[in-house]
Design a protein around this ligand. Structure first.
Ligand SMILES: N[C@@H](CCC(=O)N[C@@H](CS)C(=O)NCC(=O)O)C(=O)O
Length: 278
């Protein structure tokens, strides 16, 4: 998330301002930030940071009735909403102008068809980076390429010559861009990128336009690569890898003060010292 967001403390007193409880650098939270940026509403919602390396505080578990996944939105009237796609739609309904989702029923259906691919696309990329078996690298690489090819085919059908799915960066782009950014960890730790082939040309153009959009600049490649080191070792959600006392997701020391991690995750497991975490 933006540096400003990262500096915001966890605070129980939310008043009447709708508040998102989120984990910094979470792709599902970045979706919300992108939508609000597109609408020029960044200051209408408060973002409260939650540390993924610690147990959820009791007051937050009370709000969520025991579930731990974030983001959640505490709406002004006190109701708690979960699931980023649900929250996106809620924000789109509450703040309808400018529209980010398609309004025409057919166009909205096309947009939703693309969006239904996001779960499998994101999950595969995370499984790929967390893989610890060198013998399975090709399988994961091919699976990632197949998923990009499927999106390419969809875009060739519905938007063969445009940049985005429709006229401008919309809901599908809001949903996918955080994954395109997280998948910088695949470039770094798995040496993965889309081959320069026609089969991927349309999705490459879409991805590159998404990555460059001014409303989607809440995180950097350096931040992702450093924070997700532990995912590359197979430990997600702030869990600790063997021999380590600190997660790569800790707030202190800040990510910008740490060295770039070693790339070779199959040969070497970096220590806290090497990662600048002590
Ligand atoms: N389907 C959920 C996924 C949310 C999710 O997995 N969030 C992660 C952070 S990126 C999380 O909270 N992980 C910790 C946990 O589930 O306890 C959504 O779209 O909001």
């Amino acid at each position: 998330m933006s540096n400003e967001t990262l500096r915001r403390p966890v605070d129980e007193s939310v008043g009447e301002t709708p508040t998102v409880y989120h984990i910094p650098v979470c792709p599902f939270s970045q979706r919300l930030e992108i939508l609000l940026a597109l609408k020029g509403l960044g200051d209408r919602i408060a973002f409260h940071v939650v540390d993924i390396t610690r147990s959820r505080p009791g007051w937050l578990l009370e709000k969520t009735r025991g579930t731990t996944a974030l983001p959640v939105l505490e709406a002004g009237e006190g109701g708690v909403l979960k699931e980023s796609m649900v929250i996106l739609q809620y924000l789109e309904d509450v703040f309808p102008e400018p529209p980010i989702a398609q309004r025409d029923p057919y166009r909205r259906a096309v947009e939703n068809m693309l969006i239904t691919q996001e779960g499998d696309f994101g999950a595969w990329g995370y499984r790929y980076v967390m893989n610890g078996d060198p013998a399975r690298r090709d399988e994961f690489r091919q699976g990632m390429l197949d998923r990009y090819a499927r999106i390419d085919d969809f875009l060739m059908q519905h938007s063969p010559s445009g940049t985005f799915l429709f006229d401008s960066f919309g809901l599908a782009e809001t949903v996918f861009t955080p994954f395109f950014m997280r998948f910088w960890f695949l470039e770094y730790y798995e040496d993965f990128d889309l081959p320069q082939e026609d089969r991927y040309a349309r999705v490459r153009a879409w991805r590159d336009a998404c990555l460059a959009h001014p409303a989607a600049q809440q995180v950097t490649e350096e931040q992702i690569v450093k924070l997700y080191y532990d995912y590359a070792g197979g430990a997600g959600n702030g869990d600790l890898l063997p021999g380590r006392a600190h997660s790569s997701f800790v707030f202190d020391p800040g990510w910008s003060n740490r060295p770039w991690p070693p790339r070779d995750k199959y040969e070497h497991a970096a220590t806290d010292e090497e990662l600048g975490l002590t």
